[in-house]
Every structure is written in C-alpha cells, then in structure tokens.
Design a binder for this molecule. Structure first.
Ligand SMILES: C[S@@+](CC[C@H](N)C(=O)[O-])C[C@H]1O[C@@H](n2cnc3c(N)ncnc32)[C@H](O)[C@@H]1O
Length: 239
C-alpha cells in the first residue's frame, strides 16, 4: 500500500510533463523517442478489428489514443491506471482528439481489476510493470484474457551485466547516488521499482510459470551498460 502511495504521488507530480520527460529518458537510455516507442508497441500488438483491448497502466492514455488513430475500425479500448492525475490529463487529450466514445478510462489498481473473466483479446502494458507486484499483475491479466488472448508488455529490463558482481555493485552505487541527488516522489518510486526490473531470461521463466505460452522477447540494447535495456514481451494464453 505504502508502495502504491509513492507511485501515485510520483505520477501526480509528473503528469503535466509526462510525455516530454519520457521522451528525454527513452532517448537517453535507448536512443528512441517516446512517440516511436508507443508506435512500436502498438504495431507489435497488431490489434485486429473487433478485438477488445485493455491497456494496463495507461497513464495519460497515449497508447489507447495511438491505437484508435492507427486502427480506425477499432471499436473500444479500455485504459486502466491507479493515478487520477494521469487519467485526467489523458481525458483532456482524448477530448481534443475526439476519441471520447471509443476510449474508456478506469481508475483502479492492476492488482485487482474491476472486470469480469475472459473479456479482453489483447492486454497491453507500457512502462508500467516495474511499479507493480508483477506475479499479481500476471495472474490478473491471465484471468481477464480470452482463450488465445495476447499479452504485450514493454518495459525497462535488466541486462546480464546487472547480474554480474561488478554490475550489482555499480548499480547499487548509482541507485544510492540517484536517491541522494533526487529526493523526489519519483526517485522514491523508481528506487522501490528496482526489484521488479528483470532480465529477458527471468521474464521468460516467470511468464511460463504463470501459464503463458508462445513467449517471445525482444530487447533494445541500452546506450550504456548500467542503463536498463528495453524489453518487449509477447505471450499468449492458449489453454
Ligand atoms: C511510466 S507510466 C506509463 C504510462 C503509459 N503506459 C506509457 O507507456 O506512457 C507508469 C504508469 O503506471 C501506473 N501504475 C503504477 N502502478 C500501478 C498499478 N498497480 N495499477 C495501475 N496503474 C499503475 C502509474 O500511475 C503510471 O501512470
């Protein structure tokens, strides 16, 4: 609960400058812009007309907006997030884009989502899992997916260097420095999120353990060894 409060405080403060901050950070880590990151994720999701989509940790609804503007036959997209200020910012952008009737924004935690079982064909989560209890989120996503439903996650990941002795020591030092210099709700939330940053191999094992199949992971290499990599995970529920 304490963890979630830090996250909400961090994203309430970040909401007005969210897109520009992401643009700066993604360029710094991976050399790609935030719009490019969103475009890549939406292309990977390859949503077909009529499919029901849930975007977990939707934030300012950039992913649903991109989905609707890319796929004009898209009927409905639901975006869920725990921070009201992020959703409010999203609502204002949606109103300007005229997507009011096609995007529903729901304020709730990904740990306990207010939807019935087996109702989404596609679940997306961009840059959100590192703030969550990931096993809990994977169980909830599995409950909500239809048979053959797809999960697409894109988030920061750990590289094998992070797991080496030198890497562990260096990352710990950098985290201490980051926490000391940036005493903000955001830095608090990011430091807490550190335990959820997994390597591609660790993600693959976790997804399989939770019953996901056809697991496919792509990695964007970080620009410096101690930066996080960019992981894109695709998996299906076939049973
Ligand atoms: C970095 S933003 C990602 C926003 C958007 N998906 C994107 O790709 O730009 C992370 C979001 O995760 C949300 N979040 C964190 N923990 C959550 C949880 N347990 N349930 C729902 N949303 C959560 C935060 O409120 C924040 O809006």
């Amino acid at each position: 609960m304490e963890e979630i409060n830090h996250v909400k405080k961090a994203f309430t403060e970040l909401a007005p400058s969210y897109s520009s901050t992401m643009d700066k950070e993604l360029n710094q880590f991976w050399g790609i812009s935030y719009p490019k990151f969103v475009e890549r994720l939406v292309n990977l999701a390859a949503v077909k007309p009529g499919e029901k989509v849930l975007d977990i940790a939707t934030g300012t609804a950039v992913i649903p907006i991109k989905l609707i503007s890319t796929n004009h036959q898209q009927e409905r997209v639901v975006g869920l997030d725990i921070t009201p200020a992020m959703l409010q910012n999203g609502r204002e952008v949606i109103a300007r884009h005229g997507g009011k009737n096609t995007i529903d924004l729901v304020c709730a935690s990904a740990m306990d989502m207010p939807f019935g079982c087996g109702i989404f064909d596609v679940i997306i989560c961009g840059l959100g899992t590192h703030h969550m209890n990931v096993p809990n989120m994977l169980l909830e996503a599995k409950r909500l997916l239809t048979k053959n439903g797809r999960l697409i996650i894109s988030d920061v990941g750990a590289t094998p260097f992070w797991r080496s002795l030198t890497g562990k020591l260096l990352i710990r030092l950098l985290m201490l420095e980051y926490g000391f210099i940036n005493q903000s709700a955001r830095s608090h939330a990011e430091l807490e999120a550190f335990q959820n940053v997994r390597t591609a191999k660790e993600w693959s094992a976790l997804l399989k353990e939770f019953g996901y199949e056809k697991v496919h992971i792509d990695e964007i290499k970080p620009r410096l060894p101690w930066f996080p990599s960019g992981l894109t995970l695709q998996a299906e529920i076939t049973g």
